[in-house]
Design a protein around this ligand. Structure first.
Ligand code: SF4
Length: 371
């Protein structure tokens, strides 16, 4: 890979929570030791279950959050250590498209003022130049320039996301991060917004980082993918390689959950994931996936696997990825050591209790608490 535009080294974000009057503080390890290299001009997707730390990682990458440990290098400069004023100037290059187009736009501002605001904050152009740029950006994202005088509530979800994208482009960024940019939209407009992002990437020479849980979106638009589990990156690979032959058992389970409309392949998919994600405030020791992994051994429960080289442009954090392999000759799941089996059963019971509690909560909500 040529010199990366963005690189993280040992990036961590730990949140400390304290319940009033009760006991010791709890440390939530939302992101825990992430090493990533993003090449200039590529589209890099980060995937994983809800709660795995994807959105926190996205915010750390452009310092919307300060890391607890570790560094984020943008063009060779550690932005985690930059003074506030220098960081503010650098924000021209680093922009963010938020997930929810309904809450990310100030309802009291007109669309024109919303798109113009970042330009004013960075002292770009005079008033007439900024107005012309607002009209140009609106047209570029597929909206009429006269919409500048309207308010966000007058638009549909897809139109608001286009406004959010126009606002993100207003400073001429080099790196754009989309945190689930289409997940709040109707399926019918998701493809339009994805195509728009791809066109803009080429036109503006952007590097795109997309956080997503919709694997169809990821497969369609990304060059490389990082799979995240409980605050850690467990596999990185070119998108095509990953979707054709995932190596990490978690990637295999995640991709195996994609429905395949082919009766001939029924029963060939790897076992779907079972159980809930363990709590990031008490992550399992060793490999964090060992409480849900069908291949877990004693080593997995004792030792955290490092992200290892697994071929050109590919890295995997699993003690046994070589023998789990690319889908041929899979070894049978090994017998779990007694202490691993006990922990497995404990997590399974806990996650089933939580699922049952959530189901009860949902029932209460839908029946107005009359159950
Ligand atoms: Fe499964 Fe062990 Fe690999 Fe973790 S290290 S993913 S538990 S086989």
């Amino acid at each position: 890979m040529s010199a990366p535009i963005l690189e993280t080294v040992g990036l961590c974000k730990h949140f400390v929570t304290r319940r009033p009057l009760i006991g010791a503080p709890t440390v939530v390890r939302a992101v825990d030791g992430v090493d990533l290299r993003i090449a200039r001009g590529e589209t890099f997707a980060i995937v994983g279950e809800s709660g795995c730390g994807k959105s926190t990682l996205a915010r750390l990458l452009i310092r919307l959050l300060d890391p607890t440990h570790g560094s984020v290098f943008y063009d060779g400069r550690d932005i985690a250590a930059l003074p506030r004023e220098e960081m503010r100037r650098l924000r021209r290059d680093l922009q963010f498209v938020f997930q929810d187009p309904f809450s990310s736009l100030n309802p009291r501002m007109t669309v024109g003022a919303l798109i113009e605001e970042p330009m004013r904050a960075h002292g770009i152009g005079d008033a007439a130049q900024r107005r012309a740029e607002v009209a140009r950006l609106l047209a570029r994202v597929g909206l009429r320039p006269d919409y500048a005088s309207r308010y966000p509530h007058e638009f549909s979800g897809g139109q608001r996301q286009r406004i959010g994208i126009a606002r993100a482009l207003a400073t001429g960024p080099k790196l754009l991060i989309g945190d689930e940019p289409v997940s709040a939209l109707d399926v019918s407009v998701q493809a339009q917004v994805i195509n728009l992002l791809e066109d803009l990437k080429d036109e503006f020479g952007l590097t795109l980082i997309v956080i997503a849980h919709d694997l169809a979106v990821v497969r369609h638009m990304s060059d490389r993918v990082g799979v995240m589990y409980l605050g850690e990156i467990v596999e990185t690979a070119a998108a095509q390689t990953l979707f054709e032959a995932p190596l990490h058992p978690y990637s295999r389970a995640l991709l195996g959950a994609i429905p395949v409309p082919d009766p001939a392949r029924r029963g060939q998919a790897p076992a779907a994931l079972t159980g809930d994600l363990p709590s990031p405030s008490a992550p399992p020791p060793g490999c964090r996936f060992h409480t849900r992994c069908p291949y877990a051994t004693e080593l997995c429960a004792a030792e955290r696997p490092a992200l290892r080289d697994a071929g050109p442009g590919r890295h995997v954090a699993c003690h046994h990825f070589e023998c789990i392999g690319a889908g041929h000759g899979l070894p049978p799941p090994p017998e779990r050591a007694p202490h691993v089996a006990r922990r497995f059963a404990l997590y399974r019971a806990g996650s089933e209790r939580m699922s049952a509690a959530r189901r009860g909560h949902t029932t209460n909500q839908t029946t107005g608490g009359m159950t």
